[in-house]
Design a protein around this ligand. Structure first.
Ligand code: SF4
Length: 417
């Protein structure tokens, strides 16, 4: 296919596809899917080899958010039966992080629900970062705390944060239909604050919220313009008890096309398969490793992932290797920029995700929420059955694959890592 040859050539040069080319990737047929994966896989291997970076989520504060993001199980008015708890103590968070690191993760993502942190919250997270770094030399820590006020990104950087996550989530045109309590511009502003403070910016999207192909291409091009170092691609987990509970729009093939499109638009950036990996890619997860170079190990914020050991086996079986702490994730031209050595080359025509701009992060949906709360087994079972019945009329719905996180941070049970 001429399209794929063109996209591979551009990806190897860190050059942006056109909008039309990105749209054409999303429009490819199932017959062409393996060719699409092969092509985007060449770009992935050029910049990241066969390495897979493992990230580990620690939900510092769960539920009870005053914001109304429609996709989120922690939103205002959510009836999803998720765990709800206030801030973990630094030593509790450090203990949770240690489990992920022992499982092979090299980055810990500290996430808290809420519109944004108070200055006191930032201090608390600073102490948590300190506790984690004291115990684990070389660990990368990413904070994801929502919208940042002036000076907070700098304080997180001083406290030892390496990165900040705040997702754009969807296109500017559709953002108002997803959230009303803050704006797309607020999100862009936080990404820019993080970038300006010298934090590695992590910003991504959620697919499957009823958006068009144009919306998906818009948000991915907007991300490229913000130039984050990492782009998490979430696939909506339609939680019962949230407004998007009936949005079962994704197939494994669609997810692969979306990941391929993101890889072509952001060729040299850490593309991470985030929430919804198990629910929507299902048995196609190993193919997606040819496109993304990063996943979350184990559980998500409010939902359970497959067993951490299954993640590791999948990576090995697919012929990939877990990236070690001694390896720099980003290609040299990006890593040099992140370290401020100024050694970035400018060979890429329209550098985009390869040049340098601004980006940021916030309380991520990195996993959405799920089905049952788990303290009362009969009640949980009844709720799961009711949800399956609710989703029964929705073509493609797989509520059976959605499970509320009931272990790890905020519980007495061992984490999945
Ligand atoms: S995504 Fe963040 S800000 Fe939005 S409702 Fe969920 S926790 Fe709150």
């Amino acid at each position: 296919m001429d399209l794929l040859n063109t996209l591979v050539d551009k990806g190897l040069r860190r050059e942006s596809p056109t909008r039309e080319e990105a749209l054409a990737v999303l429009a490819t047929s199932d017959d062409e899917l393996l060719d699409v994966v092969t092509a985007a896989g060449k770009v992935r291997r050029q910049w990241f080899g066969r390495r897979v970076k493992l990230n580990y989520l620690v939900n510092l504060k769960s539920g009870l958010c005053p914001e109304d993001c429609s996709y989120c199980s922690q939103r205002l008015g959510s009836e999803a039966g998720i765990l709800k708890y206030t801030w973990l103590k630094p030593e509790e968070a450090s203990q949770a992080a240690a489990a992920g690191l022992a499982g092979g993760a090299k980055r810990v993502c500290l996430v808290a629900s809420g519109r944004g942190p108070t200055d006191r919250d930032v201090e608390r997270v600073g102490r948590t970062i300190e506790a984690i770094k004291e115990q684990n030399e070389g660990v990368e820590v990413c904070a994801c705390l929502g919208l940042l006020s002036d000076g907070q990104a700098e304080r997180l950087k001083q406290a030892g944060a390496d990165a900040y996550n705040h997702n754009l989530n969807t296109s500017e045109a559709t953002y108002g239909g997803i959230t009303t309590t803050h704006t797309y511009a607020d999100r862009v502003d936080t990404v820019e604050k993080a970038h300006a403070a010298g934090l590695s910016a992590c910003s991504g999207l959620i697919a499957g919220m009823g958006e068009s192909d144009e919306d998906l291409v818009d948000v991915v091009f907007a991300l490229r313009a913000l130039d984050p170092d990492s782009v998490p691609v979430n696939f909506l987990i339609p939680f019962e008890g949230t407004p998007l509970a009936k949005e079962w729009n994704l197939t494994p093939q669609r997810c692969l096309r979306i990941l391929a499109m993101v890889r072509f638009v952001c060729p040299d950036v850490e593309v991470r398969i985030a929430g919804g990996r198990e629910v929507h890619l299902r048995t196609m997860q190993p193919l997606a490793l040819h496109l993304a170079n990063s996943i979350f190990l184990g559980d998500y914020l409010t939902s359970e992932g497959q067993a951490g050991q299954a993640d590791l086996e999948m990576i090995a079986d697919a012929g990939f290797e877990v990236e070690g702490a001694e390896t720099t994730t980003l290609p040299a031209h990006r890593a040099d920029v992140a370290r401020g050595t100024g050694a970035a080359d400018e060979t890429a025509g329209t550098a985009g995700c390869g040049g340098h701009a601004e980006a940021g992060g916030g309380c991520g949906p990195c996993g959405g929420a799920a089905t049952v709360c788990g303290t009362d087994a009969p009640e949980a079972e009844a709720r799961a059955e009711a949800e399956e019945e609710d989703a029964a009329g929705v073509p493609g719905a797989r509520p059976d694959l959605v499970a509320v996180r009931r272990r790890g941070a905020g519980t007495d049970l061992a984490p999945n890592a």
